[in-house]
Design a protein around this ligand. Structure first.
Ligand code: CDP
Length: 244
């Protein structure tokens, strides 16, 4: 311990035993809610998050509608029991409002919105258990829920954070790392062309640090994208298996 700051890297390993560019284990299941047009559930380390998508449907109230394209409404919420900090609290707060806004912006740039003028597409992200990196995990699972809803998109985005602990750049910060890190940089990426759809930063880094962060995030994309696609294929593979 240095003051009150826990030591986050000991003998080249992180508190949970991971290497610097190692993701936490990720599992995704698609289409688990009957009443949503598309849904998905993710376990990302100790994060447990549900995403549900409704629409495209008539945009209401009517004055919010865009006659040329669909509007995206995202709502990120942390269940009151999702963490020790949130315990007993519920409803939107400033942080939830911000995460909802940036999530909408990610999907506004990737959904083929012109196909559905005058409509809205609702994305609900419910954090049931949180352990750092929930906005990234939320975007990753919402992406699967949108695809499961059959919403046409230019790509299947994923998101993950990179960060800085002392002089070391690391991938996918957990809660304790996030709390005590020198920088936390959540990014959402379109894997097809590497476009950055979300870039936020808490802390400060150099240009070189940013290149390291971006390359770590891009490299992790191969793993995350595969898990997203496998989740979308799984229900169909079960059917094919049945008739084999
Ligand atoms: O989850 P993410 O890293 O995207 O967001 P953050 O605002 O950087 O918060 C980091 C972590 O702190 C969250 O994942 C939660 O585990 C925790 N947190 C919490 O428990 N209660 C809050 N009101 C805010 C954050």
């Amino acid at each position: 311990m240095e003051g009150n700051k826990p030591q986050l890297i000991i003998d080249g390993k992180r508190t949970d035993g991971r290497g610097f560019d190692e993701l936490r284990p990720i599992k995704i299941e698609a289409n688990i809610l009957k009443n949503a047009n598309g849904s998905a559930y993710i376990e990302w380390g100790n994060n447990k998050i549900l995403a549900a998508v409704y629409g495209p449907k008539e945009a209401l109230p009517k004055h919010t509608a865009d006659p040329t394209m669909a509007i995206i409404k995202s709502r990120y919420t942390m269940a009151p029991f999702s963490s020790l900090e949130e315990h007993g609290r519920s409803g939107p707060n400033r942080r939830a409002t911000e995460i909802s806004k940036v999530t909408s912006e990610v999907f506004e740039n990737i959904i083929m919105r012109e196909m559905f003028p005058g409509t809205e597409i609702d994305i609900f992200i419910e954090v049931l258990q949180s352990d750092g990196g929930t906005r990234a995990a939320g975007i990753t699972v919402a992406s699967v829920a949108l695809a499961a809803a059959g919403i046409p998109m230019y790509d299947l985005p994923y998101a993950v954070s990179a960060g800085k602990i002392g002089d070391q750049m690391v991938l996918d910060l957990n809660k304790i790392e996030d709390n005590y890190s020198d920088a936390d940089i959540p990014m959402a990426i379109s894997p097809r062309n590497g476009d950055i759809l979300l870039l936020q930063m808490d802390g400060s880094i150099t240009k070189e640090d940013f290149s390291t962060a971006y390359s770590m995030v891009k490299k992790a994309g191969a793993t995350i994208s595969k898990i997203q696609k496998d989740a979308l294929k799984a229900p169909y593979e079960k059917i094919i298996e049945k008739y084999r």
